[in-house]
Design a protein around this ligand. Structure first.
Ligand SMILES: [Zn+2]
Length: 390
């Protein structure tokens, strides 16, 4: 099938792109000075500038594309979800121009579920990546980076222009069938962690509904809490299933969630998930996302297989402490401004700062994308060669 867009661009094999000038930048992030008011979030541009090693020459095009994608995503979340989202017009997106190639939504995706993206052109021979709980689509995210490395990406999330609700059995059954048939070459899973969040312990957060002793849910939930726990437990179980399937197929995958302090409930304590470190080949990586340019520390834990992540492993916050002022005027010292009470504007809407802090920085997405691509490239080429010889 074809990705949307008029002109047929030059076909660039994934290997040729991987060998190109793009590199993982070093992790020595220059942090910008703290904003004068902790409440004022830095602009998108400032946040981008806080990350080193970007491709300066293609910035303008990146910005343009970002505008399109965010508009279409925001449009869709306001109105009814569109079953057939219109892809960007190829002409105005510079489909044939030099520099960074646009990533587009597929006009005719290979499956009914998911939001499918790739660079313009033939997609049937591309390796396929499944991103479960991708968040909104934005420039620099894992899907964009994978697409530019030559992948066809299927993103699953309720906030995408084609929303996917993984709590629905009929949706899950289709995805599971594809996983069983080895349809995806790789997968990334960032299971929603809201029901585990320690933010629940601080007002005005909702009350704690999981404890160490009751990790699948407190014994006396309200009706609403019970529904929330049921959905969340389904998502955790399906996350496990995706990882387990890719593990059986010896393919690269990663499961991401916060690295909560010892003694706090977390996804990692859930039934079956707690057994994953004993799977052969599973690697555990702990790091703070501030080392990839995030404004908060965000301790993070990954279970992965077949991914080389030494750029992240054990890299913890090394930023200097600063004095911050609370809303009531009192001050405290910390390396980063805690997000619990902050609000910020995203896509014209006010939301808790902790929400956007759930998104990867461009640098983190790049590290993950390159790790995936490095692993699959040779294996994929061999598979393609074998198919062609048959
Ligand atoms: Zn830090």
């Amino acid at each position: 099938m074809n990705a949307s867009g008029g002109k047929q661009p030059k076909k660039v094999p994934p290997s040729a792109q991987a060998a190109g000038p793009r590199k993982i930048p070093g992790l020595a992030i220059k942090r910008k000075a703290a904003p004068k008011s902790p409440e004022a979030p830095p602009t998108k541009k400032q946040r981008k500038e806080a990350e080193e090693g970007r491709q300066g020459a293609v910035d303008d095009q990146e910005e343009e594309e970002l505008v399109y994608e965010e508009e279409s995503a925001a449009e869709s979340s306001r109105s009814q979800p569109s079953k057939n989202p219109s892809p960007p017009a190829s002409g105005s997106q510079g489909g044939g121009s030099a520099g960074l190639r646009p990533v587009v939504a597929l006009k005719e995706p290979p499956r009914r579920y998911g939001w499918w993206s790739s660079t313009v052109g033939e997609t049937s021979k591309k390796p396929r990546m499944l991103i479960v709980f991708s968040g909104r689509s934005r420039e620099g995210d894992l899907a964009h980076q994978m697409a530019r490395l030559g992948w066809l990406v299927c993103s699953l999330d309720t906030v995408l222009p084609t929303p996917t609700d993984l709590t629905k059995d009929e949706v899950w059954d289709e995805i599971k069938k594809d996983l069983d048939a080895e349809f995806f070459q790789a997968g990334w899973i960032a299971t929603p962690c809201g029901t585990f969040s320690p933010l629940r312990e601080k007002p005005p957060g909702p009350r704690v509904i999981r404890t160490i002793d009751h990790i699948t849910g407190i014994p006396d939930p309200t009706k609403a809490e019970a529904a929330q726990l049921r959905d969340s437990n389904i998502l955790v179980h399906r996350s496990y299933k995706v990882a387990h399937k890719l593990h059986q197929q010896v393919r690269p995958w990663g499961l991401e969630n916060p690295d909560h302090p010892a003694g706090k409930p977390s996804l990692w304590m859930m039934p079956r998930i707690e057994d994953m470190p004993r799977w052969q080949g599973v690697d555990i990586t702990r790091f703070d996302q501030c080392i990839t340019g995030l404004e908060t520390t965000k301790p993070t834990k990954l279970y992965t297989e077949k991914l080389e992540l030494s750029a992240l492993k054990d890299k913890r916050c090394n930023h200097e402490k600063k004095v911050w002022t609370r809303e009531d005027g009192t001050t405290f010292e910390a390396a980063h401004n805690p997000t619990v009470q902050r609000w910020e504007q995203v896509d014209g809407k006010m939301q808790r700062a902790s929400k956007s802090q759930g998104e990867h920085t461009e640098l983190l997405s790049k590290i993950l994308a390159v790790a995936f691509h490095k692993n699959v490239d040779d294996k994929w080429k061999m598979e393609q060669l074998r198919k062609e010889m048959l």
